[in-house]
Design a protein around this ligand. Structure first.
Ligand code: FE
Length: 365
């Protein structure tokens, strides 16, 4: 279905890992009492225009390209510390007011909200960000905002499923898909956010019924990540899988023969939830509460919304940009006409706990 030039998402390079380790070392020093002034002195010595410390749970190579572009353009050095979202929250809580973190980056509004719940941001009302990012993709008080979008969609077996059968999320709970669904576990934040949206639109009772229906239709116990569900469809283990769009688009846009075999057998549907449109989540970021390099951090967060960054999210991670640019790859542009659920993504955060409770109740492992 996608006929545009193919490119390979760059694999994580040893250099990238080294850079992360170096940044980690620098940050550890900072945590052990190195003052912001010391960092300033180091920057002066190195000829940097200051620096920022980015705590991120995003595991995508696209971000490295953005850090490099930002450093080149502004002269501000980016120290990156990468870890899982839950670890990031625990670490910042432990660091407290002496945290060297300037910027927090995370995938999924549910994860961004958990950092908010722990009081890790300071509100930021940036004219640049507010003008560029639609209100439903921002936390209203300025705690965090989305800079790229990903839909949570249905990948289906083209030979066995008609597109109209996967036009809604509700269909997944019907007897049509008895023993035909592959999906990852219920403690995954992507699923929790989807369930939060189902609760928001259908109410808790119907949402529970939906989750019970999906669970009863599973082809196997939840296991693996989104890519594994897609592969299971191609392998005939199930007829439909729930996945984020970029995992599938990565498969369609690389030269890997195994991925191509998967893509040949499958297609992607953008289902609607309660007639509102497809469930869309974000990657995003916010300003850390005790940011020692606040001004540079604001510059960095605003940089995420410029054309160069928006292009990189689409080009290297197959995410939908918030702002389409002239350089946005054609295969992303071509798919971006889908009707998206307009609900504010903050809902996915505030309903996380309720979502987990109902998924547990439904028996979704
Ligand atoms: Fe992911």
């Amino acid at each position: 279905m996608i006929q545009t030039p193919r490119f390979r998402t760059p694999v994580r390079k040893a250099v990238g890992v080294l850079a992360t380790l170096t940044a980690l070392g620098a940050l550890l020093v900072a945590c052990n009492g190195q003052k912001a002034e010391d960092q300033k002195a180091e920057d002066q010595k190195a000829g940097n225009n200051g620096s920022i410390n980015v705590y991120t749970s995003r595991h995508y190579d696209a971000d490295t390209h953005i850090y490099e572009a930002f450093e080149k353009e502004t002269g501000i050095k980016v120290n990156r510390l990468e870890m899982q979202a839950a670890q990031l929250v625990e670490r910042m809580k432990a660091e407290g007011a002496s945290s060297p973190a300037d910027v927090i980056l995370m995938a999924d509004a549910g994860a961004l909200w958990k950092a908010q719940d722990a009081g890790l941001y300071q509100p930021l009302q940036s004219d640049v960000i507010n003008a560029k990012i639609p209100a439903n993709l921002r936390e209203p008080s300025g705690q965090w905002f989305g800079f790229s979008r990903r839909a949570r969609v249905i990948i289906y077996d083209k030979a066995k499923v008609k597109p109209e059968e996967v036009a809604t999320y509700e269909a997944l709970a019907t007897p049509r898909f008895k023993g035909k669904i592959c999906v990852r576990s219920s403690d995954n934040v992507y699923n929790l956010s989807l369930m939060a949206a189902v609760i928001e639109h259908l109410g808790p009772e119907k949402a529970l019924e939906w989750a019970k229906g999906v669970t009863a239709n599973m082809a196997r116990d939840p296991q693996g990540g989104d890519r594994d569900q897609i592969k299971a469809v191609a392998a005939g283990i199930c007829e439909v899988a729930i996945s984020n769009t970029y995992y599938y688009l990565r498969m369609t846009h690389n030269a890997d023969e195994l991925d191509q075999a998967v893509v040949d057998k499958t297609a992607m549907a953008f289902p609607s939830l309660a007639g509102q449109g497809t469930h869309v989540n974000i990657s995003g970021g916010g300003l850390a509460k005790h940011a020692p390099n606040r001004d540079n951090a604001v510059k960095f967060l605003e940089y995420m919304t410029n054309d160069a960054s928006q292009t990189i999210f689409a080009k290297y991670n197959n995410e939908f940009p918030v702002i389409t640019t002239s350089e946005t790859p054609e295969h992303i542009k071509a798919l971006d006409g889908f009707k998206a659920d307009p609900v504010n993504v903050l809902t996915y955060g505030t309903r996380q706990a309720e979502a987990q409770k109902l998924l547990d109740q439904a028996g979704w492992k």
